[in-house]
Design a protein around this ligand. Structure first.
Ligand SMILES: Nc1ncnc2c1ncn2[C@@H]1O[C@H](COP(=O)(O)OP(=O)(O)OP(=O)(O)O)[C@@H](O)[C@H]1O
Ligand SMILES: [Mg+2]
Length: 280
């Protein structure tokens, strides 16, 4: 059966990957930031995407999330061809992402961000009213409160729940950025360096939360992270990009020992892989 036929038959959609892309190429003038990149994120899987600075990871994220139209290639969400679907509509198909630099509304509180994100997926018609009526996002009465409270606790945001996002330190902004993505109840989540800027304690907590959300809610994740040991210990499969090209795909062990990966990115030293959930 061809890939095209597989996309059209609803019966096959349930069995399709949460997210996949084939032959993605993005050119910036003479530079191919991504060159014929294909990637598969099976339902419920945690897939890592690693590579040196400038390898094309964030560019691929922009294509997957609909913020950049690729020069060539296709993107599928849950088996549906989403190549020409807007970023906003991709979110309604169950895709969420975080940005390398948190993109938050400085004048909204932590809680308001999470309520707004939840309503953007589940009650989009209310959005304008919510934004225009003072206090409409404050919470305490909405159907989303249970989910919002769960995320506030899971991401250690309780102490700053009513603080404006513009006043948060970077580490906390990053936690909120992840919370905002999870508040849309995604089926697949793209995380662009979620641990950068976090101290060790925050990073361990967030990594644990991501693994828990993956395990308990079946949210598939594609994780870009410079902390390679974390990626190797968290993800079931890993894709390695170098100069816009996929140079390896495989299990953590396969990738860890791949000579091209070592040469391109990891150096010649063996990589320590910690226990995924640490001492807890
Ligand atoms: N808007 C743009 N215009 C021109 N070149 C760009 C643009 N965005 C990215 N690039 C280039 O494309 C290449 C890939 O960049 P990208 O940001 O995707 O890499 P990355 O793997 O995310 O790197 P990092 O690990 O530093 O975040 C780089 O050479 C970068 O300079
Ligand atoms: Mg990047």
């Amino acid at each position: 059966m061809t890939a095209h036929a597989a996309v059209r038959h609803p019966d096959n959609i349930a069995a399709s990957p949460a997210l996949s892309a084939t032959g993605v190429t993005v050119r910036f003038g003479g530079l191919a930031a991504c060159a014929d990149v294909s990637i598969v994120v099976p339902q419920g899987a945690m897939v890592g995407l690693v590579g040196p600075n400038g390898a094309g990871k964030s560019t691929l994220f922009s294509v997957l999330s609909g913020l950049r139209r690729p020069t060539a290639g296709q993107v599928f969400i849950g088996g549906r061809d989403a190549t020409r679907v807007s970023a906003r509509a991709r979110s309604r198909l169950g895709l969420a992402r975080t940005f390398q630099q948190p993109e938050l509304f400085t004048g909204l509180t932590v809680r308001e961000h999470l309520v707004l994100a939840h309503r953007s997926r589940h009650a989009a018609a209310r959005l304008w009213a919510d934004l225009l009526v003072a206090g409409a996002l404050r919470g305490g009465t909405g159907p989303e409160d249970e989910r919002v409270d769960y995320l506030i606790d899971a991401l250690y945001l309780r102490d700053v729940e009513h603080q404006l996002a513009g006043t948060l330190p970077l580490g906390t902004s990053r936690l909120l950025e992840v919370g905002r993505a999870l508040a849309t109840d995604p089926s697949v989540l793209l995380l662009d360096e979620p641990l950068s800027g976090l101290d060790e304690h925050e990073a361990e907590g967030l990594a644990r939360t991501l693994r828990r959300v993956n395990r308990e809610e079946g949210v598939a994740m594609l994780l870009v992270e410079h902390d390679v040991a974390m990626v190797l210990s968290t993800c079931s499969s890993i894709v390695v990009l170098d100069f816009g090209v996929v140079i390896a795909t495989g299990t953590p062990e396969e990738v860890r020992t791949d000579p091209r990966v070592r040469a391109a990115y990891l150096g010649d030293e063996p990589i320590d892989v910690p226990d995924p959930d640490g001492a807890t």
